[in-house]
Design a protein around this ligand. Structure first.
Ligand code: NDP
Length: 449
């Protein structure tokens, strides 16, 4: 390996790149990583982490309202967006420092600049410096996709949402997926008038239909408006700074901001992948095998840039498996992409693992579904008319649980434990044999009929 400057050169210091780099270094490899923005990547800097903090911040709107039913007198409550925004941004900076420190502790060299592959085993940095590496790992992530239409330059994406100088009084959110539903909840709780505009009438494609319906019903009750089967024709900025939005499928609207959350595309441009013959897929993603190896023998890719499953914990696992397999002493191993639990941090959140009811019916034939449809105790006393829904989907031939789906306060927290059981192949009878913890929402998991 001594012929090269490094054993591993990683492009992109997000979740996957940082994990791969530090684990490879721990295995004894000489590692360098290049990052053109900030150490931590999408999840830490402009994704999951600051988003979750905003979700917490937003939820106080309901908590404070509910608190009055629990005897608390809360006079003069008000919300200061700039205070929350700055607190969140400061914490992001703290986390960026911790990620940088972790790399430093493992003696990973950090180049805070753009890197491009300029030849076999060769990377050229923005400064002009050339370095060589035995292996190159591309972990450059993805960025928001925005369709092209007149006035598209006036929109924001989740990238900008964390930096707003003021909350929009009226906001359109385009899309019907994770980011659209999460930010619709956040802005709505902060008091913005939110309209979610989606090209189809399907929200959160891939999640169980009953949960999607429940979220729609609760979101409508909370005051979020939905325009389905609607697309954007144009956006014009008015003299007063508002946005005039011309839509196809419903009346035009005037709002203060338009945020697009219509999927994310892999960051592959300008990396020099074509120079060394790395094969890309139809959506521009880097094609990899089960071990994250590309069509070029020494070049690997992990995380969103491969567009397998765009989730942080998946990128981390892929980075870990790559580093262990290539630099560790054990046998190479691949990441198991089956049965991945996920959550949407909407208000209330959705969490799921495994097959939806309709997926199970299509693949297994005979399926049994158990359900708990209930009003959480806290909501009852608060006078909040929001019902939770749990679904357990089982293979009727052997009772094995193939999917669990929940929409409920703290659904994601409950799901992490439930997902272990589904991954382990447990049955409904195993759940029934477990004593409930009373009174909790989670006890419904072992009491479903
Ligand atoms: P999603 O894939 O979740 O949703 C995209 C939405 O945009 C869908 O409603 C889709 O409609 C619509 N859409 C796609 N293309 C177009 C287009 N050309 N014009 C108009 N609408 C379009 O993407 P997000 O941007 O919300 O999030 C990106 C990814 O980030 C997610 O897939 C997820 O993996 C990850 N993420 C995960 C989170 C979590 O774990 N909690 C939170 C945030 C993001 P249709 O359904 O009709 O295709």
């Amino acid at each position: 390996m001594a012929d090269y400057d490094y054993d591993l050169f990683t492009i992109g210091a997000g979740s996957g790149g940082v994990r791969a780099s530090r684990v490879a270094a721990a295995h004894g490899a000489r590692v360098a990583v290049a990052e053109e923005h900030r150490i931590g990547g999408t999840c830490v800097i402009r994704g999951c982490v600051p988003k979750k903090m905003l979700v917490y911040g937003a939820h106080f709107a309901e908590d404070l309202e509910d608190a009055e039913q629990f005897g608390w007198n809360i006079e003069g409550k008000s919300f200061d967006w700039i205070k929350l925004r700055n607190a969140v941004l400061n914490d992001v900076t703290r986390l960026e420092g911790l990620y940088t420190q972790t790399l430093g502790n493992h003696e990973v060299t950090i180049f805070e600049e753009r890197a491009e592959i300029t030849g076999d085993h060769e990377v050229t940095l923005a400064s002009g410096r050339k370095v060589t590496a035995k292996y190159i790992l591309v972990a450059t992530g993805a960025r928001p996709f925005v369709p092209d239409f007149p006035g598209a330059e006036h929109i924001i994406t989740s990238n900008e949402a964390f930096h707003l100088d003021a909350l929009p009084k009226r906001i359109i959110i385009a899309g019907g997926g994770y980011i659209a539903n999460e930010f619709a909840g956040i802005f709505n709780e902060f008091g913005s008038k939110v309209t979610l505009v989606n090209r189809s009438d399907v929200l959160l494609r891939g999640y169980d239909e009953a949960l999607r319906d429940r979220l729609l019903q609760i979101s409508l009750m909370k005051g979020i408006e939905f325009k389905f089967n609607t697309t954007f024709k144009s956006i014009t900025k008015t003299a007063s700074g508002t946005l005039q939005v011309e839509l196809d499928g419903c009346d035009d609207m005037e709002v203060d901001a338009v945020m697009f959350a219509t999927g994310r595309v892999p960051n592959v441009e300008g990396l020099g992948l074509d120079k060394v013959g790395v094969e890309l897929g139809q959506r521009g993603e880097i094609k990899v095998d089960a071990y994250s190896k590309t069509s070029v023998d020494y070049l690997y890719a992990v995380g969103d840039v491969t567009d397998r499953v765009q989730l942080t914990p998946v990128a981390i696992r892929e980075g870990q498996a790559f580093a262990d397999s290539v630099f560790g002493k054990g046998e190479p191993y691949a990441v198991d992409h089956s049965c991945i639990p996920s959550a949407v941090f909407s208000h209330p959140p959705i969490a799921a693992v495994g097959l939806t009811e309709s997926e199970a019916r299509n693949t297994l034939g005979s399926v049994r579904v158990y359900q708990a449809d209930f009003r959480p105790m806290k909501n009852v006393l608060a006078g909040r008319n929001e019902r939770s829904l749990f679904k357990m989907v089982c293979d009727d031939s052997n009772g094995r649980i193939v999917g669990i789906h929940m929409i409920a306060p703290d659904a994601a927290e409950m799901m992490q434990a439930a997902a272990i059981a589904v991954k382990a192949g447990l049955t409904k009878a195993d759940f029934d044999a477990t004593t409930a913890i009373h009174p909790t929402m989670a006890e419904e998991l072992v009491l479903m009929r």
